[in-house]
Design a protein around this ligand. Structure first.
Ligand SMILES: Nc1ncnc2c1ncn2[C@@H]1O[C@H](COP(=O)(O)OP(=O)(O)OP(=O)(O)O)[C@@H](O)[C@H]1O
Length: 511
């Protein structure tokens, strides 16, 4: 619980950090009191991650002061921050799949105790904070939510005074979100301050005591989120008003993607094999595939993109058997694909945006001439995507890794949608993007469908799917339910389809 008279746990003033071509943090100051759950809000690229990396000792500010628990604070590296009582749970987990929970926790500790003692301590913390986790389980077998618990428990074992969480709920099911929030409220009641980054405004309204809003690196407002509507919060972030996506009722055309009895052995360690998956998508149709991540979503994307090949007639693009074609030939046939993992798989982080645009755009955008790369064409294509999707970047020649997470996502999705595709397959299209950008991406998907593309959107976000999909199916343990039209679909029917989908709750929360 926040104590207004207590001295601040964290006090920042005049923090600035410049990167080539962008002032990521511009004279930022705010305070967080002990026990306060404080949200850091802002659109993609506003400077939130940069700021928390400064607090955690990963990035050095150019100017500014920090005080932590009444003392000057200038961590040179994360271990300094941890020693002072700052813990951080990242968006991307750094766990070893082939090791068990306790072994993973031990790897992150400076002086790990003997394994039995550590396992007992993990059990104790897990019980005390209502975070179910068995220390002897292999991390590879855990859901995203359980993996996050490993990271949180690792933090709690250090008894932090400030816990930083960067978009913690994007990988969680609604039930897992409830469990997490209970834990965070308990920590807050015990006096732990929490700095919380998220684009999910309803969650922020229910959880956070205070908020600092950043726009283009500057603090533009502070507020009490409960006293604002989600819309007001979003509008404070972007400084403009927002519109829900518009659906143009399009005619459905002939089937453009057909999948029949597709069974695929997972090429991913600890992955889920696909079991006799079948569906069709017509021109103008958006098929939404729901389900908890790890139930075959990545495998389905690989089998559709051509990175995993099957018998020819299992996948048909535009009526032609394509199951035995690789990614380049499938692109030639009209299919574009955007996988979820934007760093390892979708983008080459050290390459420029122009090079990344070339990587998947070469074929459909005709970016080679007589065997040579048409760099001017690739650059023009990258610039088009940057413009169409409002990607905030100093220019097309920066490395992909220099973009904020949400801006890279906008670029990668835009790069696919801008190739006049006939079939689009996207996993988690709005992962990590702000409300305005999410609306723009959904609108772009609907526009491509209205122009005649057939679209498969895989997402964990039910609301997103119900907003843009014409038909709806659930992927669970590698099996796909029969797609049904979204129109007229009741929450009860969705519940039945979800039936086997462990841990995925049907409730619409927060709206
Ligand atoms: N290592 C880096 N090199 C160059 N520029 C960077 C680097 N890290 C961040 N930036 C730039 O700093 C700005 C702020 O980025 P930051 O990641 O802090 O934003 P964010 O608010 O966390 O965004 P998101 O919601 O998309 O995660 C962006 O313009 C980004 O391109």
């Amino acid at each position: 619980m926040e104590n207004p008279s207590a001295p601040p746990c964290l006090d920042l003033s005049g923090i600035s950090k410049r990167y080539p071509g962008v002032l990521a943090n511009d004279n930022v100051g705010f305070t967080v009191r002990p026990g306060e759950v404080h949200a850091l809000l802002g659109e993609n690229g506003a400077g939130k991650s940069t700021l928390v990396k400064i607090i955690y000792g990963l990035v050095k500010p150019d100017t500014g002061q920090m005080r932590f628990n009444g003392r000057d604070f200038a961590p040179g590296r994360p271990s300094d921050a941890r020693a002072a009582g700052v813990a951080m749970v990242f968006q991307h987990f750094s766990l070893f799949e082939a090791l068990n929970v306790a072994e993973n926790v031990a790897l992150g500790m400076e002086n790990p105790p003997p394994m039995r003692e550590l396992a007992a301590r993990i059990r104790a913390v897990s019980e005390e904070y209502g975070l179910p986790l068995d220390p002897s389980r292999m991390v590879g077998d855990l859901s995203a939510g359980e993996r996050q618990r490993v990271e949180i428990i690792r933090c709690l074992l250090q008894d932090p005074k400030l816990l930083i969480m960067d978009e913690p709920t994007s990988v969680l099911t609604p039930q897992e979100v409830e469990i997490l929030f209970r834990t965070l409220r308990q920590l807050s009641a015990e006096g732990t301050a929490i700095l919380y980054i998220s684009h999910k405004l309803e969650e922020i309204r229910s959880l956070c005591d205070g908020a600092t809003i950043l726009r283009r690196g500057k603090v533009v407002a502070t507020c009490t989120p409960k006293e604002k509507t989600a819309r007001e919060l979003a509008e404070m972030m972007v400084g403009a008003t927002l519109n829900p996506p518009e659906r143009r009722p399009g005619e459905k055309g002939e089937v453009v993607l057909g999948v029949t009895d597709l069974s695929v052995e997972s090429p991913i360690p600890f992955g889920t094999s696909l079991k006799s998956v079948g569906f069709t998508v017509a021109r103008g149709e958006v098929l939404g595939i729901a389900g908890v991540a790890g139930n075959g979503q990545d495998e389905l994307l690989l089998a559709l993109s051509g990175e995993v090949r099957t018998e020819a007639d299992k996948v048909r693009i535009n009526g032609h058997a394509a199951g035995d074609l690789g990614p380049a030939d499938r692109r030639r046939a009209g299919l574009v694909a955007a996988p979820e993992d934007r760093y390892g798989h979708a983008a080459a982080p050290d390459m420029t945006l122009v090079e990344n645009a070339f990587l998947t755009g070469a074929i459909r955008m005709h970016l080679t001439r007589h065997g040579f790369i048409d760099w001017a064409g690739a650059r023009a294509f990258a610039e088009q995507v940057i413009k169409d999707y409002d990607v905030r970047t100093p220019g097309p020649l920066v490395a992909a890794r220099a973009l904020s997470g949400g801006n890279l996502q906008k670029f990668l999705i835009g790069r696919e949608l801008d190739q006049s595709p006939e079939v689009i397959v996207i996993n988690q299209p709005t992962w990590g993007v702000d409300a305005a950008a999410a609306a723009a991406i959904r609108q772009a998907i609907l526009n491509r469908a209205a122009e005649g593309a057939g679209v498969v959107v895989i997402s964990q976000d039910l609301d997103e799917l119900l907003e843009i999909a014409d038909s709806f199916a659930v992927l669970n343990a590698g099996r796909l339910t029969k797609p049904r039209p979204v129109e007229g679909l009741t929450i009860d029917q969705i519940g039945l389809m979800m039936g086997g989908a462990h841990g995925m709750e049907v409730a619409h929360h927060g709206h």
